[in-house]
Design a protein around this ligand. Structure first.
Ligand code: PMP
Length: 398
């Protein structure tokens, strides 16, 4: 009998479980479209040139590794504010944004969730149906009751916007609504600019708290374009939360670089909010790690590196778009009767392919093509070498 005798085995993370299965698969043609990671056309995880140049400069002037401030590198936090709100924007200039460096986008969400739990312990959290796997677990673990708002409409292949609005309209005052700022994961369907206006209006009139998850800024239409939704919430005079992730946009997954920004009413409020966010951090992991934040700050704050980053990010964004088109064309050429052009309407890394669980299992078992059971495939893992094989495989299961 030990303290742990009654501990149950937790279920495996569905995506990481898929990875293990992929690694063990002997099929030489296997393709992993399960994880949300961008690979280049050679199937490799890129190490961006802007990151390499920033690291080289850092190596030439090595620095000691003291503790960072609890809220991270100031130059990093300022760069995040600039990216999310605009460096000359009223919220930034007036000092009413509280930003902290966080351990990836996940860390930003978690700090925000912990802080919100103290502010509004009885509030309900709404996430999209479906949403990124971890949203529900993360907010549940922070102590919230989590429900969903309507989002994906499988029959219509898109967002059921009327149902989404109805869900938000029915939410009690104070409900926390987690919104994907761009590149919705897992469906690949974003709402339009005009629909965002309506969401902002409901959030305002119903007194909801918006928590914008921005994990793919720059992967959709552009850095500015993807951040446009933030401007709408600002213009409406709302206070809200934004989590930022640089995992994908800098291809720095393992460095855990992200942030949480809270837009407050004024500078004084922001100072008080920041002091509370620091307590969340201090009591969890004390302060963030140095390297990833230093690299991102150097790139964002050095004009030449920043221009290089924007160019490299644009390259990733363009390659995904090309692969979407090749997928649609390839499926047609492989004999798929159904119109798959909806895949080019989707945006970001993912595509809800519309394939059933049975079809996804067949893809995996018979062809070594791995996507999630929900039919989600990562378009950013397709390349000119594996695309034909993937199209042939899908054609055989549909
Ligand atoms: N939110 C969404 C919607 C995501 O897709 C992801 C990453 N897959 C995250 C947050 C977390 O990002 P990070 O890996 O930086 O923690």
């Amino acid at each position: 009998m030990s303290l742990f005798s009654a501990v149950e085995m937790a279920p495996r993370d569905p995506i990481l479980g898929l990875n293990e299965q992929f690694a063990a698969d002997p099929n030489p043609n296997k393709v992993n479209l399960g994880v949300g990671v961008y690979f280049d056309d050679d199937g490799k995880l890129p190490l961006l040139e802007c990151v390499q140049q920033a690291e080289k400069a850092m190596m030439e002037k090595p620095s000691a590794r003291g503790y960072l401030p609890i809220d991270g590198i100031a130059a990093y936090d300022n760069a995040v504010k600039g990216l999310v709100f605009g460096s000359a924007s009223e919220p930034v200039v007036s000092g009413r944004v509280a930003t902290v460096q966080a351990l990836g986008g996940t860390g930003g969400l978690k700090i925000g969730a912990d802080f919100l739990k103290r502010l509004s312990p009885g509030a309900k959290v709404l996430i999209s149906d479906p949403s990124w796997e971890n949203h529900r677990a993360l907010f549940t673990n922070a102590g919230f009751h989590v429900e969903t708002y309507a989002y994906y409409d499988a029959d219509r292949r898109g967002v059921n916007f009327d149902a989404m609005l109805a869900s938000l309209n029915a939410a009690p005052v104070g409900t926390i609504v987690v919104l994907h700022a761009c590149c919705h994961n897992p469906t690949g369907y974003d709402i339009t600019s005009a629909q965002w206006d309506q969401v902002v209006a409901v959030v305002k009139t119903r007194g909801l708290t918006a928590f914008l998850d921005m994990a793919y800024q720059g992967f959709g239409h552009g850095i500015q374009e993807d951040g446009a939704v933030i401007q709408k919430f600002v213009a409406a005079g709302l206070t809200f939360f934004v989590s930022t992730s640089f995992s994908k946009s800098f291809s720095l997954y393992g460095e855990r670089v992200g942030a949480l920004s809270v837009l407050c009413q004024d500078k004084d409020e922001a100072a008080r909010v920041l002091s509370q966010l620091k307590i969340m951090i201090r009591t969890n992991y004390s302060n963030p790690p140095t390297h990833g934040g230093a690299v991102v700050a150097a790139v964002l704050n050095t004009p030449q590196l920043r221009a290089l980053w924007e160019q490299e990010l644009a390259g990733m964004r363009a390659r995904i778009k090309v692969m979407r088109q090749k997928l649609v064309d390839g499926l047609k050429a492989a004999g798929v009767q159904q119109d798959m052009s909806f895949m080019t309407q989707q945006i970001g890394m993912f595509s809800y392919s519309g394939l059933s669980k049975d079809q996804m299992v067949r893809l995996r078992n018979e062809f070594g093509v791995y996507g999630t059971d929900t039919g989600r495939i990562c378009v950013a893992a397709l390349n000119s070498k594996n695309i034909d094989y993937v199209c042939q495989a899908i054609a055989k299961v549909v």
